[in-house]
Design a protein around this ligand. Structure first.
Ligand SMILES: NC(=O)c1ccc[n+]([C@@H]2O[C@H](COP(=O)([O-])OP(=O)(O)OC[C@H]3O[C@@H](n4cnc5c(N)ncnc54)[C@H](OP(=O)(O)O)[C@@H]3O)[C@@H](O)[C@H]2O)c1
Length: 283
């Protein structure tokens, strides 16, 4: 029997690539997201081993309904890939409480909702893998990224607790930390930043410079399969790492952040993003 894995946020980008990659590797995949019409494009792929499920990770009833469909097939999940995510970006001063809540509802509370709903069956089976898609932004943070970065720092923290709680029960927990990956996520972030570039916005020039740098990140980044490969490693090796960083050159960025004083990292950020050119008017 094929090992079964639930992948959240599988209607696009990393989740979609992971669902297809794992199915080709022989896993039975349950691919979940809100946009069922987008998910349906997956049916027929992956050797017929992909089943699509409507699921909003912020809605516990929808999670229960999706899990009931899996249970109805008599299947115990071996793996969970918590991938569903959104990015709220912009100047801290101008991000509303509702936007902060939207960020955390999906990336943190949603992840916790799905995990809580699945972990009991893994604990009782005495085996399983939980793979949380974090981000390099869970360690190294650009300006205008506060809610997203905070959510990914939360994923780092909750994953440490989860890993240590579940280790005695045979359930292993890993975080994958992607850097820029070429998915539609980048368009979503560009659209979010564009809202803050109006002429009357005091942050307009800063955001415009940052946005210009950010626009080059996703299109020139690796395809999402690179993340799918890391997920596959975390699912299949005997002793998965607690963290996988992809692409590998991002390890250099993490080392820089860990070894250098913040003041120097700040200067590097300003240089790299072009924000070192920014001078507030009259100052
Ligand atoms: N792309 C990058 O550069 C990058 C880098 C680091 C980390 N990541 C992380 O990788 C993950 C996937 O990102 P991506 O690049 O593949 O972005 P994407 O192409 O925009 O895909 C995001 C996925 O999340 C799903 N989703 C969003 N809200 C949801 C909700 N409430 N319930 C269920 N599903 C939801 C979306 O599906 P529906 O809209 O159909 O629900 C979609 O399938 C995210 O956690 C992101 O933070 C991405």
């Amino acid at each position: 029997m094929h090992q079964a894995v639930l992948v959240t946020g599988a209607s696009s980008g990393i989740g979609e690539a992971t669902a297809v990659y794992l199915a080709h590797k022989g896993f039975r995949i349950f691919a979940a997201a809100r946009r069922i019409e987008k998910l349906n494009e997956l049916s027929g792929l992956g050797g017929g081993r992909i089943t699509t499920l409507a699921m909003d990770v912020t809605d516990e009833a929808s999670i229960e309904k999706a899990l009931a469909e899996i249970a109805a097939e008599g299947i115990t999940l071996y793996g969970l890939v918590n991938n569903a995510g959104v990015s709220v970006m912009g100047p801290f001063e101008q991000i509303s409480a509702d936007e902060w809540r939207r960020q955390f509802e999906t990336n943190v509370i949603g992840l916790a909702n799905v995990t809580r709903a699945v972990m009991r069956q893994m604990r009782e089976a005495g085996r399983g893998r939980i793979i949380n898609i974090g981000s390099v932004t869970g360690r190294v943070v650009s300006p205008f990224q506060a809610p997203y970065a905070a959510s990914k720092h939360a994923v780092e923290g909750l994953s440490d607790a989860l890993r240590r709680e579940l280790a005695p029960h045979g359930v292993k927990v890993s975080v994958i930390r992607p850097g820029f990956i070429n998915t539609p996520f980048g368009h979503q972030e560009q659209d979010a930043l564009a809202k803050f570039t109006g002429a009357d916005n005091p942050y307009a020039e800063q955001v415009r410079i940052f946005k210009e740098w950010h626009a080059t990140g996703h299109p020139n980044a690796p395809a999402p399969t690179i993340v799918a490969e890391a997920v596959h490693r975390a699912l299949t090796v005997d002793r998965p790492h607690s963290r996988y960083t992809v692409p590998a050159n991002m390890l250099g960025v993490l080392a820089l952040r860990n070894l250098m004083p913040s003041a120097i990292v700040d200067r590097i950020f300003e240089r790299v993003t072009g924000l070192s050119k920014y001078r507030p008017q009259g100052k």
